[in-house]
Design a protein around this ligand. Structure first.
Ligand code: NAD
Length: 503
């Protein structure tokens, strides 16, 4: 993939530190791959602590001495609007990069690119909205106000499943609110973010305001999380990493948001529209190859639906077109890596040995797809709540089916998880839908649909699915501190100290 802009024509993707594209100081590189056939796509800088420290130093200076935090919101917004337009103008290129490096079908990648541009536009708009309050307090001689101010230097660590969109979710609110941001993408998916930063360079932010450091979680992410010079960490990824980050961030009590995993229930009642429920049951788990934190990976079926619904589900699942995401006909792409493919296959074996019934899929392909990381769309029935495939996040195209009798049992099974990210309910009874949804312990819920996500609405999980919220006004507030300002209208001596009192 030839590179242009001030990165030059060479293949190595570089860090973006203090407004300049630079290699890792050690010159180390890592090769990144196409998951559809595991062919190498290019090289990316493999950063070390010294590279992260350079970025933190530049960000600190940009925040403490630079203009960005004081730049009028309307000017910050103008830069983000410009970035959104540049993303639109390179949309097809960005989508191809995403599909080549992540594997997801082009139609999904195109959607992500448009959504990323929309995210920058949404936060550009929000930056110029009224904020702060004047509070009615008990002292008529004081005007009490609140204002929102940027937090400072923000480390932003993102996973490989939505490389461009996750970058937008982090950078857009962070920059709109006046922070200085250091983005750390997944070491597996640097490609689309490299073009995003070329566009960021074209927009021209002050040096140190928005930076990119490639490399492994440890040392790059770990260094951001532990640094006393970083004020906030925004993380999306797995719970094991999230726990390490929370502990490291405690050293200087950084503000943190953690967007973690899920094992989300999708509940279908017998009175649901069967065509709608059937398609969303499949879409809920097989969109994005199941590598989606909010995937509807546990299908809960009303026993009154009988066997017919499940037969139709399995039959449709067997017809899902699996192949390279670059093929316009593809409906499901490969998993991100050989290692992740093995992890998903190990879960499928565990499901079989724990006594679940494999209804379809369960393996790999022995044709030309064997060079890629493909796993067949898989459905298990006869599953029980204590099985690993029901309890643990597989993060792949594996659906477990459980039956329930009545609302109470549906809610009990749905909530029987350490996670609480998302949930869906399908029914034609509106009052039942509201009743059930209110009882589910999850942060993102859908009635008669699954997966739609809006930049305007808060995203985040209950229980072990995370801390805090991204997107919407909640996501903006998470990049601000609140300051209280008290102004005395008619200042006069207090008369508190005798020595200062008039005789
Ligand atoms: P991961 O936790 O392995 O990695 C995520 C990021 O953290 C990567 O950039 C990685 O390099 C970095 N990292 C790894 N070790 C680190 C450390 N010690 N310190 C700091 N950073 C470190 O997750 P993954 O495998 O890339 O992504 C899959 C996980 O992400 C799943 O559990 C999924 O549910 C979750 N996810 C959650 C959401 C959400 O919004 N809740 C969205 C997407 C993915």
């Amino acid at each position: 993939m030839p590179r242009s802009g001030n990165q030059g024509v060479e293949m190595t993707l570089k860090n973006y530190i203090n407004g300049v594209f630079v290699p890792a100081q050690s010159r180390a590189v890592r090769i990144y791959h196409n998951p559809a056939d595991n062919s190498p796509l290019g090289e990316v800088a493999e950063s070390a602590v010294e590279d992260v420290e350079a970025a933190i130093k530049a960000a600190r200076k940009a925040f403490d001495e630079g203009p960005w935090p004081q730049t009028p919101p309307v000017e910050r917004a103008a830069k983000l609007f410009q970035l959104a337009s540049l993303i639109d103008s390179r949309a097809e290129e960005l989508a191809s990069m995403e599909t080549l490096n992540n594997g997801k079908p082009l139609r999904e990648a195109r959607f992500d690119v448009a959504d990323a541009a929309a995210c920058f536009r949404y936060y550009a708009g929000l930056a110029t909205q009224p904020s702060g309050e004047t509070l009615e307090i008990s002292d008529p001689n004081i005007v009490c106000q609140t204002v929102r101010e940027p937090i400072g230097v923000c480390g932003q660590i993102i996973p490989w499943n939505y490389p461009l969109l996750m970058a937008a979710w982090k950078l857009a609110p962070g920059l709109a609110a006046g922070n200085c941001c250091i983005l750390k993408p997944s070491e597996l998916t640097p490609l689309s973010v490299s073009l995003l930063f070329e566009l960021i360079d074209d927009v021209g932010f002050p040096p140190g305001v928005v930076q990119l450091v490639y490399g492994l979680g440890d040392p790059v992410g770990a260094c951001l999380a532990a640094s006393p010079l970083v004020d906030k960490i925004a993380f999306t990824g797995g719970g094991v990493t999230g726990r390490k980050i929370q502990m490291a961030a405690a050293t200087n009590f950084k503000k943190i948001t953690l967007e973690l995993g899920g094992k989300s229930p999708n509940i279908i009642f017998a009175d649901a529209d069967p065509e709608v429920a059937l398609e969303y049951a499949l879409y809920g788990i097989f969109a994005g190859q199941g590598e989606v934190c909010s995937a509807g990976s546990r299908l809960l079926l009303d026993r009154r639906l009988g066997e017919d619904f499940l037969h139709r589900l399995v039959s449709a699942c067997e017809k899902i077109v699996v192949g390279s995401g670059m093929d316009e006909n593809t409906e499901m792409g490969p998993l991100i890596s050989r290692g992740h493919q093995k992890k998903v296959l190990d879960y499928i074996h565990a499901g079989c040995s724990e006594g679940a019934e494999l209804l379809c899929g369960g393996g790999i392909y022995n044709d030309k797809r064997s060079t890629g990381n493909f796993v067949q769309p898989t459905i298990f029935s006869n599953t029980k709540s204590d099985m690993r495939i029901v309890r643990e996040e597989i993060f792949g195209p594996v659906l477990t089916v459980q039956y329930f009798d009545g609302e109470d049992e549906a809610v009990k099974i749905a909530n029987d998880t350490i996670y609480g990210l998302a949930a869906g309910v399908f029914t034609s009874d509106e009052s039942r839908a509201q009743r059930v949804i209110r009882r589910l312990r999850a942060g993102i819920t859908w009635i008669n649909t699954y997966h739609p996500t809006f930049n305007e609405a808060p995203w985040g999980g209950y229980k072990q699915s995370g801390i805090g919220r991204e997107l919407g006004t909640y996501g903006y507030d998470a990049y601000t501190e609140v300051k209280q300002i008290n102004t005395c209208i008619r200042p006069q001596p207090l008369g508190w100290f005798k020595a200062l009192s008039k005789k």
